[in-house]
Ligand binder design. Structure first.
Ligand code: DX5
Ligand code: ZN
Length: 220
């Protein structure tokens, strides 16, 4: 079985000490940086935007996984590529022409991701699954860190895994929201490839140790 990756969410970091927290992730056993961009329209919160992403990518030494919680993401694809995004994830619910958006992301040299809200069925991705490098299953309603994990996510992971296997697609499954040491192993066993963890990492006393433990639980 392939390794389950850990992507700490910078949303939960201390923005007053951003470089320190980026360095912590660099030095830790984390695999990716997860960067949440919110516009206050698609979700009821505003996080941070391009200048902050630029600052992060100047110091980050690992894959930068950008999760756009914004309407009409097509407007900014080129800018995110220029800012160092390696994976650009848009929301299914925010894209009228999802297939076109995925091609536009790949044309800029990035991996193309699609995030789905808790109410969105994985079945809706069937016809484009081969074009998707990563599906981000939201296990909370997007907009805020620190929420409780929605249990129905396990079923969605299993169902999506079946769709990926049936279609012989290269797609990774990422889980975002409420990930802890309590659900990491079950998520990984259900088929998750990447676990995003915000509060669980940044609210802990020993963050590198928490990342290390989470990674080891997810791969146990
Ligand atoms: C929520 C974001 C998540 C968030 C996860 O809208 O997409 O990436 O940072 O935070 P936790 O792990 O605290 O649920
Ligand atoms: Zn996210």
């Amino acid at each position: 079985m392939s390794t389950t990756l850990i992507a700490p969410s910078v949303l939960a970091s201390d923005f007053g000490n951003l470089q320190r927290d980026v360095e912590m992730i660099n030095q830790s056993e984390a695999d990716w940086f997860h960067i949440d961009i919110m516009d206050g329209v698609f979700v009821p919160n505003i996080s941070f935007g391009m200048p902050v992403l630029k600052a992060i990518s100047q110091h980050a030494t690992k894959t930068i996984d950008v999760h756009l919680m914004i309407v009409d993401p097509d407007r900014y694809i080129k800018e995110f590529a220029a800012l160092g995004a390696n994976i650009l994830t848009v929301h299914y619910e925010a894209c009228t022409h999802l297939h076109r958006t995925l091609q536009a992301i790949k044309a800029e040299g990035m991996k193309a991701g699609v995030a789905i809200n808790p109410h969105t069925s994985v079945d809706l991705l069937k016809d484009v699954i081969k074009d998707i490098d990563l599906v981000c299953i939201m296990s909370v309603n997007p907009g805020f860190g620190g929420q409780s994990f929605i249990e129905n996510t396990f079923k969605k992971v299993q169902k999506l895994k079946e769709i990926i296997i049936t279609n012989n697609a290269p797609t990774l499954i990422e889980i975002d929201g409420g990930v802890t040491d309590k659900n990491a192993a079950e998520l990984s066993n259900a088929g998750a490839d990447v676990l995003v963890a915000g509060s669980f990492v940044f609210k802990s006393d020993d963050q590198p140790e928490t990342i290390k433990n989470l990674r080891s639980i997810a791969n146990s």
